[in-house]
Ligand binder design. Structure first.
Ligand code: FAQ
Length: 315
């Protein structure tokens, strides 16, 4: 069948909300866009374990430690479902990881900021997971079947993450003056980087138009960012804290909050590898990969041994 006809059938399926599955014909650019987005999403989950992992041993109570351990473990699991979803498109996990470690593949800018205080564990849960979940709820309806299905499970866990972050901040916001100050200071540092998670403005977003046509994305970067601002601007009232933006104001006409301009130079600087922790994060991933070499070798040897034993029994 000519490629034009295949493309027409493909787009009709998308328009009719039929999921694209691994064995279906798809344009090469659709495959590549999905591999790019899903693998970068997986990398974000795995690199995202680092700022929080750093606080497991310093959590203020056994309860907080158990919660944080479970959350970080969930993030590792999310990375694994996502690598598996990306593998169905024909790229091996080894290649994806090698692209991450060489700096070729991106991961979310947010994880290049340091987690300096205990309040950051609350702020990461509330703001970072809060931003991630808005984006991921949309992705539960993405057109590529394995990605959409991975997202359903991830979202269930992510909504718990966000609530635990909010609750941790709520406790601090009702605590001593020092705890309140720590809570506010953390929100001040995480607010703007959280807004950057949604990506560049629509007018600067190179992938959005095509990804919207293919229903990989269902909402644009700016739409999701606005939804996030509207949600957080209300939730912060419960905390009795403030967002570090003098221009944040309800706009009755638009029925949305107006907010100040994001520092896009900072965003691109972080995306290009020059954020406060880019080097530290990649070094940590490289070390973990090298330290884990013996585990991969042992798993392969064990799998080979099992196959041999099975063959011997069958013979
Ligand atoms: N950081 O044309 P667009 C989480 C890049 S998961 C770095 O608008 P697109 C869980 C973009 O890749 C968080 N790079 O791109 C958790 C592109 O470059 P490329 C991650 C960014 O793909 C919580 C270029 O800029 N979530 O947090 C960023 O249409 C707590 C132009 O941008 C996902 O990955 C950025 N923020 O839209 C874990 C969700 N933004 O690749 C631990 C899936 C943009 O052409 C603790 N991804 N770039 O070289 C998406 O929805 C999309 O990829 C967007 C970007 C919305 C992120």
């Amino acid at each position: 069948m000519p490629v034009q006809d295949l493309e027409k059938i493909f787009q009709e399926k998308i328009d009719q909300e039929i999921k694209i599955e691994p064995r279906d014909w798809m344009p090469e650019a659709y495959r590549k866009t999905n591999i790019r987005q899903i693998s970068q999403h997986a990398h974000s989950e795995v690199v995202g374990m680092l700022p929080e992992g750093n606080w497991i041993s310093r959590a203020p109570s056994l309860k907080r430690k158990a919660i944080l351990l479970a959350k970080v473990q969930d993030e590792g699991g999310h990375g694994l479902y996502l690598y598996s979803a990306a593998e169905t498109l024909g790229m091996s996990r080894d290649e994806m990881i090698s692209d991450l470690l060489s700096g070729k593949a991106k991961y979310s800018s947010i994880f290049n900021y340091p987690a300096l205080t205990w309040a950051d564990m609350g702020a990461v849960g509330w703001l970072v997971d809060g931003a991630a979940i808005l984006n991921q709820v949309m992705l539960c309806r993405t057109s590529y079947g394995p990605y959409a299905r991975a997202m359903v499970r991830i979202c269930k866990e992510e909504s718990f993450h966000q609530r635990q972050g909010f609750e941790a901040l709520l406790v601090l916001s009702r605590g001593t003056d020092a705890q309140k100050a720590m809570c506010q200071e953390s929100i001040n540092r995480w607010w703007w980087p959280s807004l950057m998670m949604f990506g560049p403005k629509d007018s600067e977003s190179t992938n959005s138009d095509q990804s919207m046509k293919w229903k990989i994305k269902r909402k644009t970067n700016d739409e999701l960012r606005q939804q996030f601002v509207d949600m957080i601007a209300e939730q912060i009232k419960v905390l009795g804290m403030r967002l570090p933006d003098d221009q944040l104001k309800w706009n009755e006409e638009r029925k949305h909050y107006d907010f100040g301009e994001i520092n896009w130079d900072e965003f691109w600087n972080v995306v290009k590898g020059n954020g406060p922790c880019n080097k530290q994060r990649l070094d940590a991933r490289k070390k973990a990969h090298d330290d884990g070499a013996w585990v991969r070798a042992a798993a392969l040897a064990y799998a080979a041994k099992k196959i041999n034993t099975k063959n011997e029994k069958a013979a």
